[in-house]
Structure formats: structure tokens, C-alpha cells
Write a protein that binds this ligand. Structure first.
Ligand SMILES: Nc1ncnc2c1ncn2[C@@H]1O[C@H](COP(=O)(O)OP(=O)(O)OP(=O)(O)O)[C@@H](O)[C@H]1O
Ligand SMILES: [Mg+2]
Length: 290
């Protein structure tokens, strides 16, 4: 068996809230092989983004291990984390919010190169041009600023930026949900190409089971901070063992949610199904701040 690129073990993340802590992630574990594709699905507030932020260490988990090629990054101090940061990169849902509006696409993509120590501006420029080309944008994009791009183009810039440091794992948190279906398909195709060409692994967080089906080989289904079901995507989606996954799947078959409507629509559909399935499911809702 190959060593996983990423192994998450017993991950717990608690947020301080008035009067105590709120456990947003409660004992989660999964692995991602080099070049693998894992999807994390589950209703709004179940802890998906919290896991994503832990993986790139935007936050420090309360407990558990995050083994990157065997090195536990869960509690490494920043100084020792720095050389590992480039290996796991995140693509955000809202590329507009995460791209500096004052910088050109070239500067945005070149910035991680500068931080990683590429001293020569000419070299950074060359590499930025390569990355922009790789994500399917014309070279004329280099001198434009985020406001001058469409949503799909901005998402490509976000991906180019994430790729600049040469990561082995890309964490895409709802990276395509704001895009319309055809642009979404192009971005997914880009991810697949990167996987094939560079053995890039990714974790895709999505409300859209159509996306999940298309892009992942393994899936983890979460609810209330815990994993309720996991396995090969084709198996889990074809014959979900859990009522909750069945409810997710029913909601996803609704054409409205397949068109990428806001998660809310999906959530309310799940809530309805959940009442229906409640007697089969022992999970206790916690008093989660929403
Ligand atoms: N900084 C914070 N302080 C307190 N609670 C938080 C904080 N961030 C998130 N939470 C809570 O933790 C839970 C998990 O949040 P998270 O953002 O991980 O959910 P999610 O699965 O990504 O949801 P969505 O699908 O809506 O993006 C939610 O109940 C949320 O309200
Ligand atoms: Mg989220």
C-alpha cells in the first residue's frame, strides 16, 4: 500500500463561544493518496470549511493529527510549518474576496513565488505567464486586475496562484459553487488535467453531488462535525448506507440544486428529509451557533 500523502486522524476543532467552546469538528479521520481526489460533503455548518482551514493551518486544531507525508502539521509552530505550507494550497469559494483588487493577475500569481524565494523578477514573470497559460487564460490577462475578469476567470487566477508554489494537494472549498454550469465544468476539467499531468491530489468540498460524482474517487459524508459515511464515491452515491446520505442525494437530484442554486435550497431540502429519517438516526443536534 502506498503511503498516503495526507492522513487526518481524530481531528477535533473547537471554537471559543460565549460560555465555553463549540466543537465544530469532532473526531474526523480520512486519507488522501498522492494524486487522489477526495470529496467532503454535508449540510451547511457541518464542519467542512473548518477541516479545510485546519489542513492549510489557517487554524490550529484542538486535537488530532494531520500527517503530511508522515509529518504531523497539526500543532507545528509557524517556523517549522513554513517550509511545508507550499505543499498544501487552498482555492477559495469567492475568488473575488481572496484576490487583492489592487494587483494585476501577474502580481497575484507571482506573489507566492516571491514569498517562496524566487528572487529574480524576470523569473517570477516567466513563471506567472506559464501558470496563467496553464489555467487556460490568454497572456493579455496578465496585466488586468480582478475586477476586469468574470467569475470563472477569477477562479482560474485563484487556481494559478494556488499552483504557483508547486503544491501536492489542493483544497478546493466550494471552489466552483459560484460559477455557472459550463464554467464550472471547465474548472473541473482543469483540475482533472492537473491531476493527470502533475499527480496533483485534491480535496473538493461541494454541495453539488454532480460535481462530487464527476471529480472525486472517494467521498466523506459529514454531519454535525462527524463523518457518517465514507468510501468510494461511486459506491456511496449509488447505494448510500445512511439515511442522511440518501437525503443529500435526493436533494441533489433536484434540478434546482444541480443548477448550482445557493446551498440554502439544499439545506432546507435536507431538513425536510431529516425529519423523515430522524427515527433512524441517533445523531444529536448540538446547540451550534450558525
Ligand atoms: N470562528 C468561529 N467561531 C465559532 N463558531 C464557528 C466559527 N467558524 C465556524 N463556526 C461554526 O462551526 C460550524 C462549522 O462551520 P464550517 O464553516 O466549518 O461549516 P461548513 O460545513 O463549511 O458550512 P457551509 O457549507 O455553510 O460552508 C458551524 O456551526 C459554524 O457556525
Ligand atoms: Mg464552508
Amino acid at each position: 500500500m502506498t503511503t498516503p500523502l495526507l492522513a487526518v486522524e481524530d481531528l477535533v476543532v473547537e471554537y471559543p463561544v460565549p460560555g465555553g467552546v463549540f466543537r465544530a469538528v469532532d473526531g474526523v479521520g480520512f486519507t488522501v493518496a498522492p494524486g487522489g481526489a477526495l470529496a467532503i460533503v454535508g449540510e451547511s455548518g457541518c464542519g467542512k470549511s473548518t477541516i479545510a482551514r485546519s489542513l492549510v493551518r489557517l487554524l490550529r486544531p484542538t486535537e488530532g493529527r494531520i500527517l503530511l507525508d508522515g509529518t504531523d502539521i497539526a500543532s507545528l509552530p509557524e517556523r517549522r510549518l513554513r517550509p511545508l505550507r507550499r505543499r498544501v494550497q487552498m482555492v477559495f469559494q469567492d475568488p473575488y474576496g481572496s484576490l487583492d483588487p489592487h494587483l494585476t493577475a501577474e502580481e497575484i500569481v507571482a506573489e507566492p513565488l516571491r514569498l517562496a524565494g524566487t528572487r529574480s523578477a524576470a523569473e517570477r514573470g516567466r513563471r506567472a505567464a506559464q501558470l496563467i497559460d496553464q489555467v487556460g487564460l490568454p497572456s493579455s490577462a496578465l496585466q488586468r486586475r480582478p475586477a476586469e475578469f468574470s467569475g470563472g476567470q477569477r477562479q482560474r487566477i485563484g487556481i494559478a496562484r494556488a499552483l504557483a508554489s508547486g503544491p501536492e494537494l489542493l483544497v478546493c472549498d466550494e471552489a466552483t459553487s459560484a460559477l455557472d454550469v459550463s464554467v464550472q465544468a471547465q474548472v473541473l476539467q482543469l483540475l482533472r488535467e492537473l491531476q493527470a499531468e502533475q499527480n496533483l491530489a485534491y480535496i473538493v468540498i461541494s454541495h453539488n453531488l454532480g460535481v462530487v460524482r464527476e471529480i472525486s474517487s472517494e467521498v466523506v459524508v459529514m454531519r454535525g462535525g462527524r463523518i457518517v459515511e465514507s468510501g468510494p464515491t461511486a459506491d456511496v452515491l449509488a447505494a448510500p448506507a445512511q439515511p442522511y446520505t440518501r437525503a443529500l442525494r435526493r436533494a441533489a437530484l433536484d434540478p434546482a440544486t444541480m443548477r448550482g442554486r445557493k446551498p440554502r435550497a439544499l439545506v432546507s431540502a435536507i431538513a425536510t428529509d431529516r425529519d423523515h429519517d430522524r427515527d433512524q438516526d441517533s445523531h444529536q443536534e448540538s446547540g451550534a451557533p450558525q
